[in-house]
Design a protein around this ligand. Structure first.
Ligand code: LLP
Length: 419
């Protein structure tokens, strides 16, 4: 097991008391006993620190927290209370952001498949900007805005064709991806967009991918976007916003080194120097990812001779990242009892071979009933959870300065099966 000082590199609010882990001074075991497992626990101070770090590194930028990473309105509210807006990708996320009190002039809306209903909702709310992903979307957005007697502010999402060197499923800025329009055709698209009476062309948007530990592709992408900005200005466009998306990677493995918002700002400063537009950032994972821990309880232990299995009560329906991206999440016992170590797979109860949380890990020889902490679970954890196998989704708790509160209660069977 990592020592607690090593765990603090994931989240500085983790420590241990009597060999039992705490987050912001709250015992994880006590939370598991009170609320049951699987349980998501989030550190509010961590989220606050991250938004502040972005705002300090980019003092003039608008930081729009990417709601897709964790849509609990209480989480959005914490980010918003530190000055963040919201980056949304659906009508549901718009609803969640509004419920959290995010003002509409701090909301940007991307997504390749916005429906008429979703566009209507966002146009009537007069959100800051639509990040439009296709020519057809421009046409429909213009029609709906006209019908509602509104003007929609638009950025076109451009695809800079940069390899973000991350998992292919979360690379979004390459030529063959479904996102955005090809940057080489962008000027024509802007000219086309400028003909619509109900659209106001105000920005450029790009997002190249997620979990970038090496931030150099960011610079390459923003150079291309800055170049497009200059060409558009020459064409007479008034580009007020440069939205460069999210993507900063986080520590999942003990050896991962996280880039910081400050490093990103240093890297981009020379590229952005001649640009007279407000920067928008859309961080998700780097805000909430390491704020969150998933606590799960050991149900059974199984020794199959060639392999040990630790079977826990959190499955791929609770945290799907290992199953779909082969993602690594660090797993540690909530209570360290100084026992021998074994090499084991930590697996869930779902009827799929892909239902694992960790493979071939060196872990203390646990007992039935012990708790495990799955780290870095605050982004794309609960947000991607499902009801597969009629499994109610986990409860969620926020901790801050020694206090805690339930922000989402555990579901029951009737909730899942409601007609
Ligand atoms: N902006 C846009 C337009 C995006 O598509 C995304 C993420 C973000 C911002 C936030 O990116 P972040 O700062 O969180 O990297 N489910 C995957 C991640 C999918 C990311 C999708 N888009 C995972 O669990 O790794």
């Amino acid at each position: 097991m990592l020592k607690d000082f090593e765990l603090r590199e994931f989240n500085p609010y983790i420590d241990s008391k009597d060999d039992s882990l705490q987050l912001e001074g709250v015992s994880l075991k006590a939370l598991a006993e009170e609320f049951g497992t699987p349980l998501y626990v989030y550190s509010a101070s961590f989220i606050r620190d991250r938004i502040r770090a972005y705002r300090e590194a980019f003092p003039n930028a608008l930081v729009c927290y990417a709601v897709k990473a964790n849509f609990n309105p209480e989480i959005i509210k914490i980010a918003h209370s530190e000055g963040a807006g919201a980056d949304i990708v659906s009508g549901g996320e718009l609803y969640a952001a509004l419920k959290a009190g995010v003002p509409t002039d701090k909301i940007v809306y991307a997504g390749v498949g916005k429906t008429i209903k979703e566009l209507e909702e966002a146009i009537s709310r007069e959100i800051l900007m639509f990040n439009v992903e296709s020519r057809m979307e421009l046409e429909i957005l213009n029609d709906i805005a006209g019908r509602l007697g509104k003007k929609a502010r638009v950025a076109i999402r451009v695809n800079p064709d940069v390899d973000p060197k991350t998992h292919p499923y979360i690379s979004t800025g390459m030529k063959k991806s479904k996102f955005g329009i090809d940057i080489s055709r962008a000027v024509d698209e802007y000219i086309y967009a400028s003909k619509f009476p109900n659209l106001e062309i105000v920005g450029i948007h790009c997002h190249i991918g997620s979990q970038l530990l090496d931030i150099s592709p960011y610079r390459e992408a923003v150079e291309k976007v800055a170049n497009l900005y200059q060409r558009l200005v020459k064409e007479g466009f008034e580009i007020r916003y440069l939205d460069i998306g999210g993507g900063l990677g986080i520590k999942y493995k003990p050896e991962d080194v996280e880039p910081t918002p400050y490093e990103l700002s240093e890297l981009l400063a020379p590229v952005l120097s001649g640009i007279d537009a407000q920067l928008i950032l859309e961080p998700g994972r780097s805000v909430s990812g390491n704020a969150g821990i998933l606590i799960t309880q050991v149900q059974f232990l199984k020794d199959k001779g060639i392999k040990h299995f630790i079977i826990v009560d959190a499955g791929m329906n609770d945290l799907v990242r290992p199953a779909i991206y082969d993602a690594y999440h660090h797993v540690v016992p909530v209570e360290s009892k100084g026992r021998n170590h074994i090499i084991a797979d930590v697996v869930g109860p779902v009827c799929e071979t892909g239902d694992f949380l960790a493979k071939d890990r060196r872990l203390e020889n646990l007992d039935r009933g012990d708790y495990l902490a799955v780290l870095s679970a605050g982004a794309y954890g609960f947000a991607m959870s499902s009801h597969y196998n009629v499994r109610p989704r986990a409860a969620e708790v926020v901790v801050e300065n020694g206090e805690y509160r339930l922000i989402r209660k555990r579901e029951d069977y009737d909730y899942i099966l409601m007609a």
